[in-house]
Write a protein that binds this ligand. Structure first.
Ligand code: HAM
Length: 429
């Protein structure tokens, strides 16, 4: 007997990616529209950059020895032989665009925001994906601590307007090119004596990226982190003053924060201010958002020396936290009108009636052809429609429709041309 035809392979979404199904769409719309509204109120304008860039944009800015560059970036060669990278984070591409489009000649600072997918070959778990979407904002061209405070204010306002509470803002200063080298030297001297006791990742960090030693989450490394020299003691006067001003502005804004001198962030471009927001009930690995100042980044990408500060916050984690807190997005618009039609001649009238209702700003759906009235009305119920219009042979003959209120099942007959307005008068658009 011949082999049966092999069944075509069924695909699942790649590991670490998620589908946003229609039931989840209201959450996404709510978070996206709140982001756009809050950013707009702070004077930020939207920017969209490509999903992939020349790999150097990220490799140079995010930094050797970071997890993103070492383990997570999706690198590929295209058919023309260029080495490209999928966006692992939002800031570097936006700075590339700032330089390329001469934004330095605009009135400074330039305030930009984006909502865009990022790709990191991370170990997937709840709230950690290989594709995630960030709402990010960047304030480019302002060296003052006021801009850092504005950034944190924007982020906190966004969370507040979503209804998120019980968040913890952690704040640190990681110094600049003036004072950090002496600190890194001291940190290396300290770790040199402890290299036997630390994890393998730490031994690599010791060589490539010593600041990240402070960020190690391994149990056995914690006592060593706790005894490490603190950067705050090494800050130069300018960094110290900048940090004091950020704190004073946050206090003036009524924004509470905890100083955390192990907060170094996972990207190399930061200078001075670094911050993260975490839900109180969660472990320290799951920041809801984070950011900081990156005064050397634009120069690193070939632009003129230009200060900058910004944040990124993950939409998936936000939605997870909204759900955990029992918060609901505003309900989606209801289906106002389901148009049932019983004969082939009724179909054109059904299409026109749905068009009238949509023109009045209502949501309307036309039944699929060839179903019984009972099946059509069952479908209307399943879609939670408010009204059903029924068009059969007698309605076609008189140019009328039967309008059924699906709450109380009352019916009335009216001119087809008047039905859209009749529904609109009872259902808010
Ligand atoms: P980041 O801390 O790497 O910073 O990411 C920002 C936020 O993106 C995180 O706090 C988290 O909510 C979300 N996120 C990051 N990785 C994942 C993941 N694998 N799965 C789900 N969510 C994730 C940046 O990317 C910087 N560009 C932020 C910034 C902007 N700094 C200055 N300007």
């Amino acid at each position: 007997m011949a082999d049966p035809e092999p069944r075509p392979r069924k695909f699942a979404a790649p590991r670490g990616t998620t589908d946003v199904l229609p039931d989840d769409a209201p959450w996404w719309s709510f978070v996206r529209s709140t982001a756009a509204q809050v950013a707009g109120r702070f004077g930020y304008r939207r920017i969209e950059t490509p999903t992939f860039e020349h790999a150097g944009v990220y490799l140079r800015s995010v930094g050797a020895g970071t997890d993103i560059v070492e383990k997570e970036v999706y690198l590929f060669e295209d058919r023309g032989g260029d080495t490209l990278a999928l966006r692992p984070e939002g800031t570097a591409g936006v700075m590339r665009a700032y330089i390329e489009h001469g934004m330095a000649s605009l009135p400074q600072p330039v305030r930009l925001y984006y909502v865009a997918p990022n790709f990191r070959y991370d170990r997937p778990q709840a709230g950690r994906y290989r594709q995630h979407t960030q709402f990010g904002a960047e304030c480019v061209g302002d060296p003052s601590p006021l801009a850092d405070a504005e950034m944190i204010d924007l982020l906190c306002t966004f969370y507040r307007e979503l209804g998120l509470r019980h968040l913890n803002l952690k704040l640190n200063s990681i110094g600049d090119a003036n004072c950090r080298p002496a600190y890194v030297e001291a940190l290396r001297d300290y770790y040199r004596q402890h290299l036997d006791g630390v994890c393998a990742d730490d031994r690599m960090r010791f060589e490539q990226n010593p600041m990240r030693l402070l960020d190690c989450k391994e149990e056995r490394c914690q006592p060593i982190v706790a005894g490490a020299p603190r950067l705050r003691a090494y800050l130069c006067d300018a960094c110290r003053e900048h940090f004091a001003d950020v704190q004073a502005y946050l206090t003036a804004l009524g924004i509470g924060f905890d100083l955390d001198d192990t907060l170094v962030r996972g990207l190399d471009y930061y200078t001075r201010t670094a911050f993260e927001v975490q839900p109180l009930q969660e472990g320290s690995q799951s920041a809801l958002g984070g950011g900081g100042r990156y005064d050397g980044l634009i120069e690193l990408l070939g632009g003129p020396p230009t200060p900058g500060t910004g944040f990124g916050t993950g939409m998936e984690r936000i939605i997870l936290n909204l759900k955990r807190a029992g918060l609901e997005p505003p309900p989606p618009r209801p289906l106002a009108l389901y148009v049932a039609h019983l004969t082939p001649e009724a179909a054109p009238l059904a299409l026109r009636l749905a068009g009238d209702a949509r023109a009045a700003g209502l949501q309307a759906v036309v039944a699929s052809a060839g179903r019984s009235l009972k099946a059509q009305l069952r479908h209307a119920g399943a879609l939670d429609a408010r009204f059903a219009a029924i068009i059969g042979a007698s309605e076609v003959a008189t140019g009328e429709v039967t309008l059924r209120d699906l709450r109380d099942h009352s019916e009335r007959r009216l001119a087809a041309a008047a039905a859209g307005d009749a529904v609109a008068s009872e259902v808010p658009s």
